[in-house]
Design a binder for this molecule. Structure first.
Ligand code: GAL
Length: 694
């Protein structure tokens, strides 16, 4: 909102302020700086508008209309600073009648770190609920709407006012919290980390880097290698081809001047790729539409510099904008615009001439092979460089003629594009629905077959290629795609709309995945989107993630529990120690990469406190004790919810420290929006997989 407009609104607010008996003033909440409202798309989408719900309609709750107030999307928070001389807070609360999801949600109001109001759950259609609070003496007021199960809820603070005697209350963005590091440094002795199982098709090139921390130089060796497989003793990279299907367990060792570690790694030669969730980087969350080959190359080099492959990080994925964009006079625009209108979509945005110079060049060559845009002039060189580092590389396309960024998609060229991607040497394809929507009936009428078709076509094309290409389906969960993603050959599928770096977006997505756990497993994973840690911001607004340090621990712990693909989306040229600590904790990563591949579910919930757990291959259980509330709280996990009996050693995974032996239950103090992430294992079973040879 422009400063001028804010000023006008504030003046109007003062004019309309009721003057109380004791000379009190009052301000509508809607006159404060609504840019400070943190909700799903805050500070990316425009701020909430006074008098409107988030979808822009007048505010209506349970059929009752309110002239004043503002709407929010999903989980929301607004912090207001006062001088201690405010007296009353009054408002009407509830879901606006245009909310796509039904709720329930609950409202909470905190004053100076104390709970002042704890609302009961409220659903769409319920009558608006009144809040009337004495806030005398309070300096910091925090207004929160929790949406524990739903992402797409619209709520409002309707007719909300603060009465005060001193200075006008101010909405603020809370100051950044100080990061703190929990991950201990890796030992100098060799330790083998990451995936212990790797899927490859018969005869496809093997590209597998043993993840090992410890001082370099390190020597790698392997026993029981199947014929065709080779190991580079200096780098720990497996290569070659295994012709015969089967399971080959290879005993891998890593030695340096200080010691030796050994661990079994199983090559499963068959039809299934991605036996553990892919781990890597994707260009979208930081470089977005400005990505260049140089950014990708630099990221790969920084993976090596920071030793990320030693922890299992292996994919460097180029997202949208590596290909060309049809010029504004291309006939395709007109054709698609017509289809968009027929189907009731917003008019298609034709890129302006300014967008073109950097991306211009024919979409395809004379034989129809897709071209990269001039920013990726030497795609082959880039792929070869990434491979030379022992890393894998991913690419992006759409089943539609245009990607979401309105660049060239694969429509009608699926076989050809699959072949091109394989020739270049790509190892993963993210295939994003985008303009394909113009070729199918509207979503309320589309059949499952129509949703599946484009992915089947591309999967079949990929399956014909002489190299393995992990297939990442992206259509945001349309038609409950987790139920059939594996049937159409996807190795991972997005379960939600795009994530951004707000607590609302990340926690709204992450904590809504419990029911989906049953669909995840080796070779097929739910993908709740790229993690929003580190320096992100979709090019235009690059910044350190707006998640607090505790929220980021929650993020990585939850994604590990969910068996989600671990993709980072940050600018590695600005990697800080805190982010590095988040992505190099081998015990946390081991939960994500556990070969059993069972995703976590929520096992208990008490309002804002949740416990999520997943069983691990060695018989232990990984448990996340989460506090989604605004105040620190004690969270308890009970054995009967976890299906275990007897004594268990509880190990803090972030600190990599045993906390002692517990029976029946374990409790911990958990920070606001934070987590205590533990593993429960039977005494005598060492944590160190290297020694167990598991
Ligand atoms: C979106 C997708 C994002 C990103 C973007 C590129 O549809 O969800 O992850 O790929 O398109 O334009």
């Amino acid at each position: 909102m422009s400063g001028f407009l804010k000023h006008v609104l504030a003046s109007v607010a003062v004019l309309v302020s009721a003057v109380g008996l004791r000379g009190e003033k009052s301000t509508p909440l809607s006159a404060l700086d609504l840019d400070c409202v943190v909700h799903v798309r805050s500070r990316i989408a425009p701020p909430p508008k006074p008098g409107q719900s988030v979808s822009g309609s007048p505010i209506s709750i349970g059929g009752r209309k309110f002239a004043d107030g503002f709407g929010m999307h999903g989980i929301s928070r607004l912090q207001i600073e006062m001088d201690g001389r405010a007296t009353r807070f009054t408002a009407w609360t509830g879901l606006t009648d245009d909310s796509p999801d039904p709720g329930p949600v609950w409202y909470e109001i905190l004053g100076d770190g104390r709970m002042l109001y704890e609302g009961e759950p409220i659903k769409r259609g319920d009558a608006a609920r009144e809040v009337d609070l004495d806030i005398s003496g309070i300096r910091t007021l925090v207004l929160v709407v929790h949406s524990p199960d739903y992402f797409n809820v619209h709520t409002a603070w309707a007719a909300a006012r603060i009465a005060y005697e001193g200075e006008t209350p101010r909405a603020v963005i809370p100051p950044r919290e100080k990061p703190y590091i929990l991950t201990p440094p890796s030992p100098r002795e060799p330790r083998i980390n990451g995936a212990a199982v790797f899927g490859v098709r018969p005869g496809s090139p093997v590209l597998f880097q043993v993840a090992a921390t410890g001082d370099r130089p390190m020597r790698f060796a392997a026993e029981n290698m199947p014929s065709g497989l080779a190991l580079d003793a200096a780098t720990g990279r497996f290569s070659g081809k295994i012709a015969r299907p089967g399971k080959y367990s290879v005993l891998v060792s890593a030695s340096n001047a200080l010691g030796k570690a050994a661990r079994e790694i199983t090559f499963v030669v068959g039809d299934t790729l991605a036996l553990t969730p892919p781990m890597g980087w994707n260009s979208w969350n930081c470089f977005a539409d400005h990505v260049t080959a140089e950014d990708v190359r630099t990221t790969a080099d920084l993976f090596m510099k920071h030793g990320l492959p030693n922890h299992g990080w292996s994919y460097i994925n180029i997202d949208d904008f590596w290909m060309t964009r049809p010029p504004p006079d291309d006939a395709l625009w007109e054709k698609l615009a017509g289809r968009a209108i027929e189907r009731g979509y917003a008019p298609l945005k034709v890129p302006g001439a300014d967008d073109l110079p950097r991306l211009a060049s024919p979409a395809r060559d004379s034989e129809g092979r897709i071209n990269a845009n001039p920013r990726f002039a030497d795609m082959q060189g880039l792929v070869d460089h990434v491979h030379s580092l022992g890393l894998k590389i991913g690419i992006y396309s759409s089943p539609g003629p245009l990607t979401c960024g309105r660049c060239t998609g694969s429509f009608g060229h699926e076989e050809q594009d699959a072949r091109r991607f394989a020739e270049w040497g790509f190892d993963l394809l993210k295939y994003d629905w985008c303009s394909y929507r113009f070729f199918v009936p509207p979503y309320d009428r589309i059949s499952k077959e129509e949703l599946q078709r484009p992915f089947i076509v591309m999967h079949e094309a990929l399956a014909k290629q002489p190299r393995d290409i992990v297939f990442s389906m992206c259509q945001y969960g349309l038609g409950d795609s987790w139920e059939w993603g594996a049937d159409v050959g996807a190795n991972l599928w997005r379960t939600t709309r795009d994530i951004i770096d707000t607590w609302s977006s990340m926690s709204g997505i992450g904590f809504s995945q419990s029911e989906l756990a049953q669909y995840a497993g080796p070779g097929h994973w739910n993908d709740p989107d790229i993690m929003v840690i580190g320096h992100v911001g979709w090019h235009a607004a690059r910044r350190a993630s707006r998640l607090t340090p505790d929220e980021q621990y929650t993020h990585v712990s939850l994604w590990s529990l969910l068996a989600a693909p671990l993709l980072i989306g940050c600018d590695l040229t600005r990697l800080d120690d805190f982010t590095l600590n988040l992505i190099t904790n081998d015990e946390v990563i081991a939960v994500n990469q556990d070969p059993l591949g069972r995703a976590a579910r929520r096992v208990s919930r008490d309002r804002n406190l949740e416990v999520w757990a997943r069983p691990l291959a060695d018989g232990s259980v990984a448990v996340g004790l989460f506090n989604r509330g605004e105040l620190p709280a004690r969270v308890t996990t009970r054995w009967d919810n976890l299906g275990i009996h007897g004594a268990r050693v509880v190990r803090d995974l972030w600190r990599q420290r045993d906390l002692g032996s517990f029976e029946g239950e374990f409790s911990a103090e958990v920070a606001r929006h934070g987590v205590v992430f533990v593993k429960l294992y039977k005494f005598g079973k060492t944590m160190d997989k290297n020694k167990q040879g598991e």
